[in-house]
Design a protein around this ligand. Structure first.
Ligand code: NAD
Length: 481
């Protein structure tokens, strides 16, 4: 248990905003209170948006070199706190230490630094003359960007929104998920300190905290907010899409997924097992792009299943601070109950459920679970579980695998394992997802990233996110005028 419970306020133009009440934030493993987060209501959102709007022109006029230095300084500040932040990430999100170090803390610092080094000409370029006309194209900031993040990788997600938005001259209001807002508070503090050090306008970065859906909804509806960058569930993304229509908001929506991993008859099963061992229980399975459905050719299905059972038997549920632990807790009791309900639906719909043993007596655990004998139409095969639950279905050929993979409303990331690259490419081309990975579960950070169908709108990755945080202006000039 932490000695003293710190309070985490809403931050408006670098100042703590006084709000009526606060809500305890709990460690998903110990279930001890690790902080008290302010309850920002609609008034807090109004104040944050007003501060962001007031600062926007000045921030957009601030030289790009200074805007870059703000991002770099914030990265330095977080880097100096790295060890404490890793401990905070474990307590806040329930991440195991290596995941906390690499993805919860290390990756966001790298993201800030990467945007601090992006080229000037991303924001405007001159076109060669054509038919007596010259001209240029400029990317103008849209204004105030509302950045709403999910519970699984809070600082990772929101840093990927805030960094390009600020780079492009927008100001931001951040709204993290209520289960684990503490890392995002640390990011807001670091950015505020960096703004102050560079004499940049304090209102460029604001933070609103709040447990209910009202806080995010107030941001999504606010006429002063010109764009929403949201990562979270498809249900909430749909509400944001609707809420943004009235004020024609620019939207970047990174939503749910139900990834399929197609195991062809000629796949390297060792490689499949390595991949699945990594993805099955990372962040307790709360990963949007996890390969949650294994579609295995009948010729290798039984062999693969036997190996998956061995992996299941070897998993260790426990304290995320303990190096031996391979499965940590889910982020909240609600999330655990949701996973339980989906696994129950699989039993009801005739699938076979095998669960790991050795779950600790406290902490919001759902045991790692293998669901076999699956059919595409089962709820557990259609709905995102967001927990350590792997569904396996036998397939007869590529056609059946592709049809099953494409049968959900989602379109995020699928995977193909095959020793025949040509055939794997042909399967990949038929998949309705925004990303396909062949014989790997790694991503390329310079590639576009987003979702098709109900998995979202727009793209981040590389510098693609700028499309969501800027409006293009085309200026045509008569060359002889
Ligand atoms: P969630 O949708 O429940 O919450 C996300 C955020 O939305 C939180 O900050 C929440 O407070 C806020 N919110 C809730 N109601 C709102 C409303 N009406 N208007 C505006 N904001 C509102 O999601 P979660 O449980 O925190 O995260 C899990 C989801 O995120 C999963 O579906 C997962 O797939 C998705 N996710 C997607 C990606 C991706 O890149 N596509 C990455 C990570 C997570």
């Amino acid at each position: 248990m932490t000695d003293a419970v710190q309070d985490y306020p809403c931050l408006v133009a670098g100042e703590r905003l006084t709000t009526g009440s606060a809500t305890p934030v709990l460690d998903p493993y110990t279930q001890h209170v690790i902080g008290e987060a302010a309850e920002g209501d609609r008034g807090a959102v109004d104040a944050a948006v007003a501060a962001a709007a007031a600062a926007q022109e000045e921030w957009a006029r601030t030289p790009l070199a200074t805007r870059r230095r703000v991002l770099d300084r914030a990265a330095d500040i977080l880097d100096e706190q790295r060890d404490e932040l890793i401990d905070l990430a474990i307590a806040d999100t329930g991440a195991r230490r290596p995941v906390a170090a690499e993805l919860q803390v290390g990756a966001p610092i790298s993201r800030l630094r990467a945007w601090a080094r992006q080229a000037d000409d991303l924001l405007g370029w001159t076109a060669p003359g054509k038919n007596g006309l010259g001209g240029r194209v400029a990317r103008a900031p849209v204004g105030v960007v509302g950045c709403i993040s999910p519970s699984n990788f809070p600082m990772h997600s929101i840093s990927g929104k805030v960094a390009p938005a600020l780079f492009a001259g927008n100001t931001v209001v951040m709204k993290p998920a209520p289960q684990d807002p503490l890392l995002v508070s640390a990011l807001a503090e670091a950015l505020n300190a960096a703004l102050a050090a560079e004499n940049a306008p304090a209102g460029a970065v604001n933070l609103v905290l709040g447990t209910g859906p009202e806080t995010g909804a107030a941001l999504a509806e606010h006429p002063g907010v010109k764009a929403i960058s949201f990562t979270g569930s498809t249900a909430v993304g749909t509400a944001i899409y609707r809420a943004g229509a009235e004020s024609m908001k620019r939207l970047l929506l990174e939503l749910g997924g139900k990834g399929a991993l197609i195991v062809r008859y000629d796949a390297d099963l060792d490689a499949v097992i390595t991949a699945v061992t990594r993805t099955w229980t990372i962040q307790a399975g709360q990963v949007c792009l996890t390969p949650a459905r294994i579609l295995a050719d009948r010729r290798v299905h039984d062999d693969l299943l036997a190996r998956l059972r061995t992996v299941l038997a070897g998993l260790v549920h426990g304290d995320p601070r303990d190096a031996a632990t391979t499965v940590g807790p889910l982020v909240s009791a609600d999330q655990r109950d949701r996973v339980t309900a989906l696994v129950d639906s699989a039993r009801r719909e005739g699938a076979t459920v095998e669960t790991a043993s050795g779950v600790p007596p406290h902490g919001w655990f759902h045991p790692a679970t293998l669901v076999t004998g699956c059919q595409p139409e089962q709820i557990v095969m259609q709905e995102e579980v967001f927990g350590p639950v792997l569904c396996v279905m036998p397939t007869s050929d590529d056609d059946e695998a592709v049809a099953a993979a494409n049968s959900t409303r989602y379109g995020l990331t699928d995977y193909v394992y095959s020793r025949n690259l040509h055939d794997a490419e042909a399967v990949a081309a038929r998949l309705a997802t925004a990303q396909v990975a062949i014989n790997t579960v790694q991503r390329r950070p310079d590639f576009p990233f987003g979702g098709n169908k109900a998995s979202g709108l727009g793209r981040s990755g590389g510098t693609y996110a700028l499309d969501s945080y800027t409006d293009l202006q085309a200026v045509v000039t008569a060359e002889n005028s």
